[in-house]
Design a protein around this ligand. Structure first.
Ligand code: WT7
Length: 681
């Protein structure tokens, strides 16, 4: 294992933090590295004191009587405290006299003659609109604890829908609008959800994404499987005609009929807030479960320090993610709104109508914090520096990245062409499971190195482990593990206790003499990432170590793509691996064994079957999972015990001339030769 994650990156550049003045920031919230170290030490030695004080900056209906209790793998935070995250996002700002300040600044994708449509919602708008929609949900019989599925485009109503659920204690499960109807089916069944909120369509790169149609198709399949969806709430966004069903409810109709009076439900700190499905190494997506109090405090504090949010200082923050991913949950909505700095929501694509759309938005709205993904930065690099060059980006104070390791070249480009060679870059490592940032620089304080997510955030105790679970000294690569609980950590996988323990907590526990009860889960949370710590203690993430690949910053279970391929009548067996890809970081390479009845004859037939299979994966999972490369093969390389040799396939997909790997366990050597010959596409 250790040589599988040997780091080859030799990066020696270090960038000292700039002064606040030089980037136009009102001030840096932290004064020095010593202050960071002292606060970090206290957060680990005295979590009660540290997190207790932070949590009290937010509003609680009833105080908690204990900060944390941890029986691995189960953590509880702010025990017996009663609060509501929607209250802390909206109502609290209104009550403290800030109701007229902008909360959400939304911009539509289509650009008309007068420029794009924009809408600003104040905290008071957010309060009244979530209250109304919350009452509308109640009128559909949605109760505390019910799971509401949300499948919408990036419109303000998406945030309102999430907050309205939180307001009444319903659990939301947001499904990314780029996923297919099959993805809706699986998630709705797993979550036992009876209500879906959607849009007639969503704007993306000038065309309409048929959201409602996908929901209708999902409902048909769900019906066949005996799962009735009671209500589909439809927000009209694109004047897109869709078929009508008796279960459909019009967003505006039910909202107008509802009263504005809907006090926030008093939620126990450990009541469920949302489920968010993420890929695992087996075919079935995992419903990651997050609860109220800990998640709220973690996202609030990370937003504040990592982005250096200072209310009343004309800051305007923009995270380009979709609310369908955890980044959007935590860093468009829940962490930002309680900090009282406006959050930008943009509906569409980065290159519509032109490749400078993002920079146009930054300039017009005078964005001060900008948070995006390495895959986007690589696309900007490819499109050319002249596009940001056309715009005034001097409002920017802090730049962030998330989703995958950022290659130093992209990091340097981001700093130079977007950050005027001075803005601090915060490379934030975290996961759907962690709820919020875990390893990250703090702007104005942490010296940064291109490609490193640097040091742990407050309350995070991270380590590099060998494959026996021993902590490794600085300088070595291994498994990234987190010791002890942190407030935003997942509270489980919905409905699957065993999988929760197996996936994250069990690797080192069985019969390990170091633990009091050798069968109990280990105190390390295992992220599934390989990482290295350098001599300064900085973390360098090296990518996933399980059968999960990270494409454009989004995790795909290779098993999911394989089962989508095999579900096509022509494919008997499939193996999917990651391969290097210029823009996406990692692309999807598929090796398929075909049913002899479908063996394509000739180049055109081969190409046409490949596009059919790509389209099929697009329908089954969504466009992000479409293979970049498909090869047909008579058989797949397997060990004697029948395991597909993925390492070998990875080398072949990467086009490595010499496959210098241990093939001693390979069952049939001729397979290897044939695979190398097989045509790539
Ligand atoms: C996986 C989590 C966290 C929101 C977006 C993705 C990779 C995430 C970084 C980073 C290197 C990163 C990891 C992680 N990842 N951020 N800054 N540097 N790798 O959420 O879908 O839950 O994926 O994304 O591999 O495990 P996710």
């Amino acid at each position: 294992m250790s040589d599988a994650i040997e780091s080859i990156l030799k990066e020696t550049r270090v960038f000292e933090p700039p002064s606040a003045e030089s980037v136009g920031a009102p001030r840096w919230l932290l004064g020095s590295m010593d202050e960071y170290r002292a606060m970090h030490r206290r957060s680990l030695e005295d979590p009660e004191g540290f997190w207790g004080e932070i949590a009290r900056e937010l509003h609680w209906f009833e105080p908690f009587d204990k900060v944390v209790e941890f029986n691995p793998p189960d953590a509880q935070w702010f025990l017996n405290g009663k609060t509501n995250i929607c209250y802390n996002c909206a109502d609290r700002q209104v009550e403290s006299g800030h109701g007229d300040q902008p909360a959400i600044v939304w911009e539509a994708e289509p650009v008309g003659d007068g420029g794009p449509e924009t809408r600003t919602l104040t905290y008071r708008d957010l309060q009244t609109q979530t209250a109304r929609f919350a009452n509308a949900l109640k009128s559909l019989d949605v109760k505390k604890g019910d799971v509401v599925t949300i499948y919408m485009g990036m419109v303000p109503e998406l945030a309102i829908a999430c907050l309205a659920c939180a307001r009444i204690g319903a659990v939301h499960s947001v499904i990314f609008g780029g996923f297919s109807s099959q993805a809706i089916v699986d998630r709705v069944i797993d979550a036992k959800s009876k209500v879906i909120i959607t849009c007639d369509g969503g704007w993306r790169r000038g065309t309409i994404v048929p959201l409602k149609e996908n929901v209708d198709n999902a409902c048909a399949t769900l019906g066949e499987q005996g799962h009735a969806v009671d209500h589909v709430v439809v927000l009209e966004r694109c004047e897109n005609e869709t078929s009508r069903h008796s279960r459909d409810r019009d967003w505006h109709e039910i909202t107008q009929a509802a009263s504005e009076d809907c006090p926030c439900e008093s939620m126990d700190s450990e009541d469920m807030l949302f489920l968010l499905y993420t890929s695992g190494s087996t075919g079935k997506p995992k419903g990651i479960k997050h609860t109220t109090g800990g998640y709220m405090v973690h996202t609030y504090l990370t937003s504040k320090y990592v982005f250096n949010l200072v209310p009343d200082s004309d800051q305007i923050y923009w995270c380009t993610a979709d609310v369908g991913w955890v980044t959007g949950h935590s860093y468009i909505i829940y962490g930002i709104l309680p900090n009282r700095v406006p959050t930008v929501m943009y509906e569409g694509a980065p290159n519509h109508p032109g490749p400078d759309r993002f920079w146009d938005i930054v300039e017009r709205h005078k964005v001060t914090q900008f948070y995006t993904a390495p895959t986007a930065i690589r696309a900007f690099m490819k499109w050319g520096e002249e596009h940001p060059g056309k715009h005034d980006l001097t409002s920017l104070q802090v730049l962030g990245t998330v989703g995958e390791p950022i290659n130093p070249e992209a990091w340097m480009w981001y700093r130079k062409h977007i950050g005027r060679d001075k803005c601090p870059i915060v490379d934030t490592w975290w996961q759907t499971e962690t709820g919020g940032h875990m390893l990250t620089p703090l702007p104005g304080v942490t010296p940064t190195k291109p490609g490193s997510c640097t040091l742990p955030f407050f309350g995070v105790d991270a380590a590099i482990l060998d494959d026996q679970g021993n902590e490794l000294p600085h300088g070595s690569g291994g498994l990234l593990g987190i010791r002890g609980p942190w407030p935003g950590m997942l509270r489980g996988i919905y409905g699957d206790r065993d999988r929760f323990i197996d996936t994250y907590w069990s690797r080192f526990s069985a019969n390990d003499p170091r633990y009091p009860n050798p069968t109990s889960p280990s105190p390390y949370y295992l992220a599934g990432d390989g990482a290295k710590r350098d001599a300064d203690g900085y973390f360098w993430i090296m990518g996933r170590i399980d059968d999960v690949i990270n494409v454009s910053g989004h995790r795909l279970g290779t098993a999911e793509v394989e089962s989508a391929l095999v579900s096509h009548e022509s494919v008997v067996e499939a193996a999917v691996v990651g391969m290097p890809h210029e823009i996406k970081g990692t692309g999807v390479a598929a090796f398929c064994t075909l049913d002899p009845d479908f063996n394509p004859d000739g180049h055109d037939a081969i190409e046409s079957l490949k596009s059919t299979l790509r389209a099929h994966v697009g329908t089954e999972i969504g466009a992000i999972a479409k293979p970049d490369q498909i090869r047909f093969t008579d058989s797949l390389p397997k060990t004697r015990s029948g395991k597909i040799m993925r390492r070998l396939l990875r080398s072949i997909a990467a086009g490595e001339a010499d496959v210098h790997q241990d093939t001693t366990t390979l069952e049939d050597y001729s397979v290897l030769a044939k695979l190398r010959e097989s045509e790539e596409g």
